[in-house]
Design a protein around this ligand. Structure first.
Ligand SMILES: Nc1nc2c(ncn2[C@@H]2O[C@H](COP(=O)(O)OP(=O)(O)OP(=O)(O)O)[C@@H](O)[C@H]2O)c(=O)[nH]1
Length: 212
């Protein structure tokens, strides 16, 4: 997709602030500092629309980035950062859960894990929670450039095995070397097409005035 327009619509802390329309949304989940903001910036070829930071725990709101007025990325607060208070973590957890369970605009979920490490317990919990609710996540291995060829192969096999996925379903990604750029866009386009097809069905059966 050729991105000609990309803007942040809102940094939300509650469902009342979600945009009120039917544009499809692709959610980014992952541990704090895994590279969610860098993933967005790389895909849209902007240096800093999504604010990146070497300090974990920076993103504490749900950031809605609207792309070509066609769809949005929703960058969620990273989980698993110990230095954030328990109360804040519970608040974020509830915020993420409410979004995932209630948001009709949800078109797909990217679960980002760091290539350099075994998926954390939180990553596995998140993956299992998502699949339980029928939200099969697209798994992205971030910071792939940080591994040598042998570790790349090992990490890919390892992460695929952890989530019981074929390796072809895992997306190795680097915001430095741009690995995974084309594959991520293919997945996005497939998810957007599926969302439109679902809503066309809903349109015909429920809402003759036009849903999308
Ligand atoms: N080498 C390398 N560094 C990366 C890559 N992706 C992200 N980083 C670095 O990792 C750090 C965290 O990246 P962010 O994109 O801010 O991570 P985030 O998941 O949005 O972080 P939170 O806001 O804490 O949730 C930054 O210093 C990035 O430059 C990558 O593919 N390769």
């Amino acid at each position: 997709m050729n991105v000609t327009k990309a803007e942040i619509i809102i940094s939300a802390v509650s469902s009342k602030q979600y945009p009120q329309d039917h544009l499809p949304e692709l959610v980014l989940l992952g541990r704090s500092n895994v590279g969610k903001s860098s993933f967005v910036n790389t895909l849209i070829r902007r240096r800093n629309l999504a604010r990146t930071s070497s300090q974990p725990g920076k993103t504490q709101t749900m950031n809605f980035y609207q792309i070509n007025d066609l769809f949005r990325f929703v960058d969620m607060p990273g989980y698993g950062y110990a230095r954030v208070s328990k109360k804040s973590r519970e608040k974020w957890g509830a915020m993420i859960e409410t979004y995932l369970q209630k948001r009709e605009n949800l078109a797909g979920v990217f679960l980002l894990v760091d290539s350099r490490h075994e998926p954390s317990e939180d990553d596995e919990l998140m993956f299992n929670w998502l699949t339980y609710y029928g939200l099969v996540p697209m798994v992205v291995m971030t910071k792939f450039d940080k591994l040598n060829a042998m570790r790349k192969r090992k990490a890919l096999n390892n992460i695929a095995a952890t989530f019981h996925l074929p390796t072809k379903d895992v997306i190795p990604f680097s915001s430095v070397e741009k690995d995974g750029y084309d594959t991520a866009w293919e997945r996005i386009e497939t998810a957007l097409e599926a969302y439109c097809a679902r809503n066309e069905g809903r349109n015909q059966s429920q809402d003759p005035s036009g849903y999308v």
